[in-house]
Write a protein that binds this ligand. Structure first.
Ligand SMILES: Nc1ncnc2c1ncn2[C@@H]1O[C@H](COP(=O)(O)OP(=O)(O)O)[C@@H](O)[C@H]1O
Ligand SMILES: [Mg+2]
Length: 303
């Protein structure tokens, strides 16, 4: 039986049913063409996110984080490997996945409640039911009084809250978030981190959260995955066993600092390499590669 037939059958074989929220990327590769030349953006990236797990993905700029999320969402096709959500192969966007972008993508001509209702309308959820769900979500993020306002009347933090509940409204199994708070000021960002944790604890979605902030990743996640510079691979993972619920103050504890430092150590060379690649600095790249070779020799045959 081929893979296609297997996945079509899987609904009836309860012993092998894969939970809807499990996300698997297996040896995923993606190549772009830039200036007529192929550019390998992602090279055999593999990861699994278990149902209800909150996983953060960090990596240097340009390493392929957004590309990977777009592949998982089905906005772009893999060139190699495969992506499965709930045991089903991803080929296009679907209601089992929702994407929260860095800049909120609210429709300016729609009120807050009408924005949150977009996905429900697309799925032809009966009006009354949709209204009740929208009201529930607005209440959850303290925006009930803003239901009839328009996006331009909201602060950045409020807009991003609306953005998040709009994604949750369609009840996806997997929530993909691409640096959702990076445009916010530091205080708002802290509030939003608490907010996203609260929403996650209440909904228990599977979350894959991309951020360039190590602190944000450690604060939010059950596990932090580190991506290498381009071509991106998942090169290391760090389980975060800090107790929940986590208060902001946890960021000043030695345990937190220790894990954040370890992640930074893992990332440092790749961030520099990435900078050298993006700025076409060949000398810097050569020096970094030499340093990596020296380290590899020094560490023996660990891996
Ligand atoms: N549509 C595209 N066409 C050509 N190159 C792309 C495209 N999308 C992304 N890239 C390139 O792929 C690499 C990874 O990009 P991206 O996934 O946006 O990185 P990140 O989100 O980690 O900063 C970058 O070098 C970027 O320039
Ligand atoms: Mg990106």
């Amino acid at each position: 039986m081929n893979a296609k037939a297997l996945s079509r059958d899987s609904g009836s074989r309860s012993t092998e049913a894969v939970p809807a929220g499990r996300l698997v990327c297996r040896d995923v590769s993606k190549t772009f063409v830039r200036k007529g030349r192929p550019l390998l953006a992602i090279d055999n990236a593999s990861l699994t996110v278990e149902p209800g797990e909150f996983v953060a993905l960090v990596g240097p700029s340009g390493c392929g984080k957004s590309t990977l999320l777009r592949l998982i969402d089905g906005l772009s096709r893999v060139d190699g490997g495969e992506i499965e959500v709930g045991g089903k192969r991803v080929t296009r966007p679907g209601p089992d996945r929702a994407f929260v972008f860095q800049s909120d993508s609210l429709l300016p001509w729609r009120s807050v409640e009408a924005n949150v209702a977009v996905g429900l309308e697309l799925r032809r959820v009966p009006r009354r039911e949709a209204r009740a769900e929208v009201a529930r979500l607005l209440e959850m993020v303290g925006l009930s009084d803003f239901a009839e306002r328009y996006p331009h009347e909201l602060s950045g933090g409020m807009r991003q809250r609306v953005n998040m509940i709009r994604a949750l409204a369609v009840d996806p199994a997997v929530l993909l978030m691409d640096e959702p708070f990076s445009a916010l000021d530091a205080q708002t960002r802290e509030l939003m981190q608490a907010e996203v944790t609260r929403l996650w604890l209440a909904s228990r979605k599977t979350v894959l959260f991309v951020t360039h902030s190590i602190e944000e990743a450690v604060f939010l996640a059950d596990r932090v995955l580190v991506m290498s510079s381009r071509p991106g691979r998942i090169k290391k993972e760090f389980p975060i066993s800090l107790p929940r619920p986590r208060e902001v103050g946890i960021q000043r504890t030695p345990e937190f600092s220790e894990i954040a430092r370890a992640i930074w150590e893992e990332l440092r060379a790749d961030v520099l390499r990435s900078f050298a690649i993006e700025t076409n600095n060949e000398q810097m790249l050569a020096e970094l590669n030499a340093e990596i070779d020296r380290e590899a020799e020094g560490s023996g045959d660990r891996g």
